[in-house]
Ligand binder design. Structure first.
Ligand SMILES: C[S@@+](CC[C@H](N)C(=O)[O-])C[C@H]1O[C@@H](n2cnc3c(N)ncnc32)[C@H](O)[C@@H]1O
Length: 300
């Protein structure tokens, strides 16, 4: 059996078992390729070069066992391999953080995503805040994409911050990224030109129906209350005070656009296009936040 045949066989097992994707891959073949290559100690991008390589019985068994573990445990692959990739940047992950997959990453990486933040940033953009940093992926990607900036990154979870620390060290960004614990903006001081935030925003009904894979992730990182907007409400009311005059907040809200729009009627936002479409990430300027805050009748 060749490597390609082995991956195809294992992909069929994943499909038959009904595992759920969305933690770095979107289909059974890509997930099987990731796990099979990893189990054999091969580079994850080496499939093309080795597709026709004959596999030993031992290699077949090893790969098969890992796929069995994936099926039986329903652990996202990244928790098994302890590594996830976002915009081609590797991150350490474990169950203390969600597997990074924020669409904001696409917007930070110049030219890679379908959208870009360039139009909203200026030469004066220097201080960036990654609010709800989790494993630190957005902070790291922002620092790599914009070499002149410094990034503060905070999270309420000490566990998440411990993982973020590993990633900041891994990418040698300790001089440009400062991690700290904060309940949203409560312990954040100073102002920022850009705040990026992928907060917990899953509404209660969706939380109750999450596939098993997502149930391995910290509830604290996902659950956003009844309409998913519990934390977003606080962020929207408090962000203006932490933004400079040219500052913008870039906020991910996933599938919750209807809930967002009914919670923040007449707040002027720009919906940014990502691979998830143009409903998942929005941008709001400090000016718009201030205007909105002055008009209590705009609030739901
Ligand atoms: C959806 S995860 C995002 C993690 C990371 N930014 C990413 O995109 O992969 C949300 C993060 O918010 C953190 N969090 C939850 N409640 C918080 C709060 N009140 N203040 C600050 N962070 C909070 C969680 O610990 C979690 O790491």
């Amino acid at each position: 059996m060749t490597l390609l045949e082995l991956i195809t066989r294992e992909a069929a097992r994943l499909k038959k078992a009904g595992v759920s994707f969305g933690h770095g891959t979107a289909n059974a073949f890509d997930e099987a390729a990731w796990l099979v290559l990893w189990s054999l100690g091969m580079d994850l991008d080496s499939l093309e070069d080795h597709a026709k390589q004959e596999m030993s019985a031992e290699a077949e068994a090893k790969a098969g066992e890992l796929i069995t573990r994936r099926i039986e445990s329903r652990l996202p692959a990244a928790y098994i391999t302890r590594e996830a990739w976002l915009q081609n940047v590797p991150f350490y992950v474990d169950e203390r953080v969600i597997v990074p997959r924020s669409f904001i990453a696409e917007l930070l990486v110049d030219g890679e995503g379908q959208g870009t933040l360039d139009a909203w940033l200026s030469d004066r953009t220097q201080r960036v805040l990654d609010l709800c940093t989790g494993n630190g992926s957005l902070a790291v990607i922002a620092a790599l994409a914009f070499p002149e900036i410094t990034v503060d990154a905070c999270d309420i979870s000490e566990d998440a911050l411990a993982v973020a620390r590993l990633n900041v060290e891994r990418h040698k960004l300790g001089k440009r990224i400062t991690l700290s614990q904060s309940d949203l903006l409560d312990s954040v001081s100073g102002t920022y030109d850009l705040i990026v935030c992928n907060p917990p925003y899953v509404n209660s009904r969706s939380m109750a129906k999450l596939p098993a894979e997502y149930q391995h992730e910290p509830v604290l990182a996902l659950a956003g209350g009844d309409d998913g907007m519990d934390l977003v409400r606080r962020i929207v009311s408090e962000a203006a005070a932490r933004l400079t005059d040219i500052g913008v907040l870039v906020l991910e809200i996933g599938n919750e656009r209807p809930h967002f729009e009914s919670a923040f009627r007449r707040l002027e936002v720009a919906w940014l296009e990502t691979s998830a479409g143009d409903n998942a990430v929005l941008l709001v300027t400090r000016e718009a936040l201030v205007r909105w805050a002055r008009k209590p009748e705009y609030r739901a």
